[in-house]
Write a protein that binds this ligand. Sequence first.
Ligand SMILES: Nc1ncnc2c1ncn2[C@@H]1O[C@H](COP(=O)(O)OS(=O)(=O)O)[C@@H](OP(=O)(O)O)[C@H]1O
Length: 315
Amino acid sequence: MFYYSGSHQEAHYLYKDFQGRRLCKYQGSWYYYNTLQAVINFHNNFQPQETDIILASSPKSGTTWLKALTVALLERSKQQDDDPLNHPLRSDNPHGIVPFLENNLYLKSSTPDLTKYSSSPRLFATHMPLHTLKEGLKGSPCKIVFMCRNAKDVLISMWYFVCKYQRVEASRSILESLFESLCSGVTFYGPFWDQVLSYWRGSLEDPSRVLFMKYEEMKEEPYAQLKRLAEFLGCPFTEEELESGSVDMILELCSLRSLSDLEINKSGKNVNGVDYKFYFRKGEVGDWKNHLTPEMESRIDMIIEEKLGGSGLSF
Ligand SMILES: Nc1ncnc2c1ncn2[C@@H]1O[C@H](COP(=O)(O)OS(=O)(=O)O)[C@@H](OP(=O)(O)O)[C@H]1O
């Protein structure tokens, strides 16, 4: 058992993930040890600004897409020239532009280059649940956007990602291990349901501060959802922009096909050495139907009913 003495909270090494890596529980969520250290660093060192924007999500829920869309929205007022080739999304992956708050590489630095969006508003991302995020924000009223995705598609997306990253075949046994972890709640940043519910409730309590978005709705009605995001962030599209097709241009720039076609996303890597191309796959709703057995489907459905029933949130 591991006791984290630098905090009033206890963190226990209680479980191992499907690869045998130890996970510690902290404030109700499971972290690898190095991420837990980064969360503590965030709590201790982060200096929020009121205008900061935090993009939150569960892993494999559309984080890359949300980052790209938000960068593109904010870039409208920052672009110094009209040359589309100078757009930051053409020379860097969204993960290179919007750093995670729980990233030791940034937060341990004595002169932290926290974000390429270092002028107001700064942009950050996180997979932490809302209560853990709020502790580091220290009462700052910054805006938080959460992207949620159907748990079954998240599972399949994670399966493919992990296998590509580990350079192993996407076998049924790995899928079954990930499935068991999802159901037991012992997943990196999990339990999935608790994390999603924290933001769902936060958005109901304070809709001007927490925007709850769904990957499936983004796919279904991208135009309306992008306008919704822009309005929430305080940078709505003007009539002129709407007439000139600005919404569609941003959606096209941030589409999976356009982003994954860029050289940076074909050959680049993130600060942890992960190939950027691994962040792009099919981007489909319902791909789980091709992979989960009826038994797996009904077990997840039962857990969703048990955990989310009565909350008003459904997938
Ligand atoms: N631009 C864009 N549009 C739509 N969908 C996209 C986009 N970029 C990435 N994706 C799909 O999102 C899945 C990866 O999730 P994340 O970006 O949350 O991954 S991560 O948590 O940041 O590692 C993964 O989903 P799956 O295809 O189902 O695996 C990606 O393909």
